[in-house]
Ligand binder design. Structure first.
Ligand code: NAP
Length: 245
């Protein structure tokens, strides 16, 4: 079988990095995208040292005009993308009453608008090949709401609606589109939470632990595989039982 190519955004650290490692271990050639090229190179080296194949793409998803040319360049170099993991995401937390428009817009741009733009380019080779997998990383807070995160929650809930709509549009082309909704996962994003908040959160998690990036990547790898060919438009929760929706 021809080697599949997977592109992971936000692959320089956290969940995206482990998704890329797992997809590489499963035999994909991976394209690692994010802003910090040096960190991406480190991840690529790790993947190569483990026997996998990886290339690096400098991409700032806040710069929406740069997305299409950057991805068309990738397509001209690697030929196609079979698996797309829209993982990159940011937070700019503040209670809604004081949330600045620029912080609302930046989070929506990076988390939601850029996911649409990346997908719009990379769905094209999938449609032509009649095979593709798109996985969008949402969040448990899209299902529950979260005080202080109106922008982030709106972006992550938007991803679930986008996932369902793209699933409807692409199902007949054998391209599946699903979301993964992680609970609280130990990465840089949650390292900023203080101990008091972490204790409150732990009390809400029946599994009594935070998740790992590997917990999330396992769901992503499954959705990217042939075994998941009849699953589309779904949101898979990886949250230790924190929300059951
Ligand atoms: P993280 O450790 O903060 O990593 C975020 C990744 O996104 C980095 O690789 C970062 O790379 C990239 N990124 C940020 N801004 C970018 C931009 N403008 N352009 C391109 N790449 C950008 O976060 P994480 O915890 O792994 O989260 C990964 C995804 O899971 C996010 O969508 C997050 O919302 C979601 N999630 C996380 C949790 C959690 O508890 N951690 C829970 C639910 C959902 P550079 O800095 O190199 O650009």
């Amino acid at each position: 079988m021809e080697q599949r190519i997977a592109l992971v955004t936000g692959a320089s650290r956290g969940i995206g990095r482990v998704c890329a490692q797992q997809l590489a271990a499963a035999g994909h050639k991976v394209v690692l995208a994010a802003r910090q090229v040096e960190k991406l190179e480190e991840v690529a080296q790790e993947i190569r040292a483990a026997g996998g194949e990886a290339t690096v793409l400098a991409l700032d998803l806040a710069n929406t005009a740069s997305i299409e040319p950057a991805l068309k360049q990738v397509l001209s170099e690697v030929g196609t993308v079979d698996v797309l993991v829209n993982n990159a995401g940011i937070t700019r937390d503040m209670l809604a009453m004081r949330l600045k428009l620029e912080d609302w817009e930046e989070v929506l741009r990076v988390n939601l608008t850029s996911t649409f733009l990346v997908t719009q380019v990379l769905m094209q080779p999938m449609i032509r090949k009649r095979w593709g997998r798109i996985v969008n990383i949402s969040s448990v807070v899209a299902q529950m709401g979260n005080a202080g995160q109106a922008n982030y929650v709106a972006s992550k809930a938007g991803l679930i609606g986008l996932t369902k709509t793209l699933a409807l549009e692409l199902a007949s082309r054998n391209v599946t589109v699903n979301a993964v909704a992680p609970g609280f996962i130990e990465t840089d994003m949650t390292a900023v939470l203080n101990d008091q908040i972490k204790e409150k959160l732990l009390a809400l998690i029946p599994a009594k632990r935070f998740g790992s990036a590997a917990d999330v990547a396992a769901a992503v790898s499954f959705l990217a595989s042939d075994a998941a060919s009849y699953i589309t438009g779904q949101t898979i929760s990886v949250n230790g039982g924190m929300a059951m929706v």
